[in-house]
Design a protein around this ligand. Structure first.
Ligand code: G6Q
Length: 538
């Protein structure tokens, strides 16, 4: 029987009815130990989850649900290389990419670690050659610009991590990421670059993705317009892919290809060769430190008891709000400008993984699955959408992510940033009652507008400093959170048939947009009309 029909689920439903109206103010007033008890620290990453609408019993019941779902067994199966991606019959082994302990991990009886380590070594040698200037372009000049061409899972990870770890990057290199098939993206990325000093990394697992191949072809044309010799391509293009045949067909020497494997999902591929642009930017030592952070969280996830397991806790809290309180979204609010792309990255990780309505057995699920995930860095968001977070009719559970020390200790900026960080979680949880507002002498007519009901939950993740290690921990934390939720909802978190659909549909319409003769259109009336208008205006 699926989890959402289980007695554990029903027990949670009953418990929910009994505590749904309890206010965080009361819970904190009753229990001075609450904050300490609901805090977990793993390798320098602290999670304070006390500002959640939970009691001890909630956690016990949620843990029982995780046990019922077999979270530990499915987790162990994933780590052991079993085919937990059931609809594609593949193992799911992003954890092998950062398996720093060197223990063997087998797929069909073969240890995958030597291949993984071999590619990491090739990446490191290449990154070092580019960084030192030893890798020369076709005219003998060193590389000064690196442009990663990829989309979705082959873009968001390295693009986000490059932004996050910019202070660790070699600043003499310009590193850019081009994903959108909108020609503007490529044009703006290349407009001030010199082809003789520019290296393209074409990152595509399948090497058939329309956007990436279109951008890569146009990049090659741009290069050859100046360098005028096909032989230049070998010095200015490398590929990251699972598909050597297609890479060769495109005209990139497979000697310049960095391999990965079909048991790495696109959105889980940052630690594979997909991270090459990042490694070139920050060097293999910092890249290795990031892998260490991933690995530390992997070990914690694999070994800590469920009730003290950080990814499991985040997953269960998410389920508590999503499935029992009926909230629809989840906000990620990093108080660090370098994490500006972190919400977008995790949006893919979460929404592509658990945005499913059919369970692993092929039946419609009976309850809500993945939430809408969104967010922006603070404090910017405070001057924009936080109004709804504080006083809207719907509420949004939030994860606040902050650091004690800034990468750029300018004056008192960091203390001001973090004062806002702490104040927001406090205000969301405790609000401001009508009596308090009136006691401040506010006009009674205005007082309701200035009242905050509070009881809006949040998690706080705090670390000393945003290092490569901490970034690895944070990403692995959310990857495993999403995994645990997928297990409990009974969906396969590792396929993406909804994404495949777009890849097919666009092909047909493209022919209709570009046909010389007026095409016979048999879409719906709206689509037909829009295509005709586009053809007229194009
Ligand atoms: C990720 C998705 C998707 C994918 C892109 C790019 O999990 O499958 O975002 O990464 O569609 O695919 P390629 O790497 O094959 O070009």
């Amino acid at each position: 029987m699926e989890c959402m029909q289980s007695v554990e689920w029903q027990a949670l439903q009953a418990h929910f009815e009994s505590i749904r109206n309890v206010h965080l103010r009361d819970w904190f007033a009753e229990d001075p130990e609450r904050a300490g008890r609901y805090t977990l620290e793993v390798d320098g990453l602290l999670l304070d989850y006390s500002k959640n609408r939970i009691a001890d019993e909630t956690l016990d019941l949620l843990t029982a649900l995780a046990e019922r779902a077999g979270v530990a067994a499915v987790r162990d199966a994933m780590f052991a290389g079993e085919r937990v991606n059931t609809t594609e019959q593949r193992p799911v082994l992003h954890v092998a990419l950062r398996n720093r302990g060197g223990t063997p991990i087998k797929v069909d009886g073969k240890d995958v670690m030597p291949d993984i380590e071999g590619v990491l070594q090739r990446m490191a040698a290449f990154a070092s050659a580019v960084r030192s200037g030893e890798w020369k372009g076709y005219t003998g000049r060193p590389v000064r610009n690196v442009v990663n061409i990829g989309i979705g899972g082959s873009d968001l990870g390295p693009a986000m991590a490059y932004e996050a770890l910019k202070p660790y990057s070699q600043r003499s290199l310009t590193v850019r990421f081009v994903s959108n098939v909108d020609g503007t993206h490529l044009a703006e990325a290349l407009r001030d670059l010199d082809p003789a000093e520019t290296l393209f990394i074409v990152a595509s697992k399948t090497f058939i993705t329309q956007e990436t191949l279109t951008n890569a072809r146009s990049a090659r044309d741009w290069l050859l317009r100046t360098l005028q010799d096909d032989a230049a391509v070998a010095r200015h293009f490398v590929a990251v892919s699972t598909n050597a045949e297609r890479v060769a067909e495109f005209g990139i020497d497979t000697g310049n290809m960095f391999e990965f494997w079909d048991w790495i999902g696109g959105r889980y591929s940052l630690c594979s060769a997909i991270g090459l642009a990042l490694m070139v930017a920050i060097g293999d030592t910092h890249f290795g430190a990031m892998l260490d952070g991933f690995h530390a969280m992997d070990r914690h996830f694999a070994t800590a008891p469920l009730e003290q397991n950080m990814p499991v806790l985040l997953a269960l809290l998410g389920i508590w709000y999503n499935n029992f309180f009926g909230v629809e979204s989840h906000a990620l609010l990093p108080y660090d400008q370098y994490l500006a792309r972190f919400p977008a990255y995790l949006q893919q990780c979460d929404m592509e993984s658990n945005g499913k309505s059919i369970d692993k057995q092929g039946r419609p699920v009976t309850g809500q699955t993945g939430p809408l995930v969104w967010g922006e860095p603070g404090t910017n968001g405070q001057h924009a959408f936080y109004q709804l977070l504080h006083q809207g009719t719907k509420w949004v559970p939030c994860d606040f992510i902050g650091f004690a020390r800034s990468q750029n200790p300018v004056g008192d900026h960091q203390d001001k940033l973090m004062a806002n960080f702490f104040a927001q979680t406090e205000a969301l949880a405790f609000g401001k009652s009508l009596e308090d507002v009136l006691a401040e002498g506010v006009d009674p007519e205005l007082a309701p507008h200035r009242t905050f009901e509070g009881n809006r939950p949040s998690n706080t993740l705090l670390a000393a400093h945003l290092t490569p290690f901490v970034l690895g921990q944070l990403i692995a934390l959310y990857e495993h959170k999403v995994f645990v939720q997928g297990v409990i909802w009974g969906v396969n978190s590792f396929d993406q048939w909804g994404v495949e659909l777009g890849k097919v549909l666009a092909g047909r319409i493209l022919d209709e947009l570009t046909a010389n003769e007026e095409p016979v259109l048999d879409h719906d009336g709206s689509t037909n009309q829009l295509i005709r208008r586009y053809r007229a205006w194009r």
